[in-house]
Structures are given as structure tokens and as C-alpha cells.
Design a protein around this ligand. Structure first.
Ligand code: APR
Length: 247
């Protein structure tokens, strides 16, 4: 039976909900230049272009057909029913985990639905799109809100808390992430180093150099409900009796 679980999710977990990933075919980074829309330098160079990019993604998230899928729901169920400690870390800036019911979670790359005061760093839930009139209420003069997004070259949020949890966990699961963006890509090494079991769930076959001990290949929405039930039934991966998703 596991006692401390850390879960990392990436864009792949929201793909079945209709949100584009970054690096898959037709992903966001095929249509936009990272340096233009996802760096502090790009923002300084063309504020309107960057605001338009995040305004469109924020509006997209509010389409009625964008809903949490079975993988988000399975993780919310795990949080509710697991008797040990669980920390959910997401690289995603959508709010589908919260909508599914997850409470104890870290948005390490920020959140689409929030803006941040560039001076005080206070965050505000967006009521209107980014623009010159969308300002903070914490400063005089009021400052134009910037997207509450961690751009390339910026430090992700809550890294101390994340590393403490990775040091102590006995199971680490990464779901729907390409494992190409650090520091999240290094979490598996930390968890392995501290003796945790490490599991990857991904649509694609694992990379031959993968550091994960277990792989489940397929859709997160199909694998996660089975994997969560396996954990909640007190089974340990790799143990004789463990019958997991045939993935
Ligand atoms: N189920 C499981 N995995 C899936 C699914 C699915 N239904 N669909 C796609 N995937 C996998 C892909 O095979 C790929 O490995 O999800 C992964 C998505 O990878 P990326 O698009 O690179 O997204 P991610 O790894 O989350 O990106 C990390 O990069 O640009 C930055 O800040 C951005 O948070 C993002 C970070």
C-alpha cells in the first residue's frame, strides 16, 4: 500500500477534453513561436501579441464543450479516497483539474484564468481580457496585469514544496507530458533517487532512455480510472496480484 503519492500532469491529460497540446502534431508550438509568446522578452517586445495569445486561450477554455475528462475525474477521486498523502502537480494552465474536484494541487506553470500585478505579484481572477485597461487594484498607479503564466526563462512556482514531496513519495506518476521541459522533466530522477516507484502514462511508447520504471501506453482517460482503482484497492505495481490496465 502506498503512503505518499506525487502526480505530475501535462498537456496530454487535457487533450481528450479538446485542449491543444504543445508539441504533438498540430500543437500550439507549431502555430506560434515560443520566443514571441512565451518569454519575458517577447512580452516586452510586443505586449498586444502576447495578450491576444493568452486572451484567445482563456476564451477557448470557456467553450461549453471543454470539460474535465475521465483522467481528471479519476485524480479527483484519488484525492478524495486515498488515505495517504497526495500531491497533484500540473504543468497545465487550464482549470480542468479544479473543475473535476481536485483541491490539493500546484499549478507550477501558472493559470490561464488569472492575471498578475507585475509590481506586487498579487494575482487576480480575470473578469475581462488582458489589455491596457485591465489593471491591478493593489498599486497606485494601477499596473497593467500580465498573464499569470511561467514563461521560458522564469522560475516555476512552489519548487520547494514540490521537491519536499518528491523526496518523500513512494509513488510518482507522470501523465501526458513529453518530459522535455525542465524542471518538471527531472522529477522522475529525484523520485527514483529517493526510492519511489515511478510510472509514466502516455499515448506514445516510451523513449528508450526513459527513467521511468513502469509505462502504460494509451489514452490517459482510459488508463487513469483503472490505475486509480488499482491504487485505491491497496495494490502495489509489479506485485504478483496487481492486475492493472492492460496498456
Ligand atoms: N493521453 C496521454 N498522453 C497524451 C494524450 C492522451 N490522450 N495526448 C497526448 N499525450 C502526450 C503526448 O504523447 C506528449 O508526450 O502528452 C504529451 C504532451 O506533450 P507537450 O505537448 O510537450 O506538453 P507538456 O509536456 O505538458 O509541455 C510541458 O511545455 O511549452 C511548455 O509550459 C508549457 O507546460 C508546458 C510544458
Amino acid at each position: 500500500m502506498y503512503r505518499r503519492i506525487v502526480i505530475l500532469t501535462g498537456a496530454g491529460i487535457s487533450a481528450e477534453s479538446g485542449i491543444s497540446t504543445f508539441r504533438d502534431q498540430d500543437g500550439l508550438w507549431e502555430k506560434h513561436h515560443i520566443e514571441d509568446v512565451a518569454t519575458p522578452e517577447g512580452y516586452a517586445k510586443d505586449i498586444q501579441l502576447v495578450e491576444r495569445f493568452y486572451n484567445l486561450r482563456w476564451q477557448d477554455l470557456q467553450r461549453p464543450e471543454i470539460l474535465p475528462n475521465a483522467a481528471h475525474q479519476a485524480l479527483a477521486k484519488l484525492e478524495l479516497e486515498f488515505e495517504g498523502e497526495l500531491l497533484l502537480i500540473t504543468q497545465n494552465v487550464d482549470d480542468l483539474h479544479e473543475r473535476a474536484g481536485s483541491l490539493r494541487m500546484i499549478h507550477m506553470h501558472g493559470e490561464l484564468k488569472k492575471g498578475r500585478c507585475p509590481k506586487s505579484q498579487q494575482t487576480f481572477v480575470l473578469r475581462e481580457p488582458f489589455g491596457e485597461d485591465n489593471c491591478c487594484t493593489c498599486c497606485i498607479p494601477a499596473m497593467r496585469l500580465r498573464p499569470h503564466i511561467v514563461w521560458f526563462g522564469e522560475m516555476p512556482f512552489a519548487m520547494d514544496r514540490i521537491h519536499d514531496a518528491l523526496d518523500e513519495c513512494d509513488l510518482f506518476i507522470a501523465i501526458g507530458t513529453s518530459g522535455t521541459v525542465y524542471p518538471a522533466a527531472g522529477f522522475v530522477d529525484t523520485a527514483n533517487h529517493h526510492g519511489a516507484q515511478t510510472v509514466e502514462v502516455n499515448l506514445m511508447q516510451p523513449d528508450p532512455h526513459s527513467q521511468f520504471q513502469y509505462h502504460f501506453t494509451g489514452k490517459a482517460g482510459e488508463i487513469m480510472p483503472k490505475l486509480v482503482d488499482t491504487i485505491l484497492n491497496g495494490n502495489i505495481l509489479g506485485a504478483n496480484k496487481c492486475k492493472l490496465a492492460q496498456a
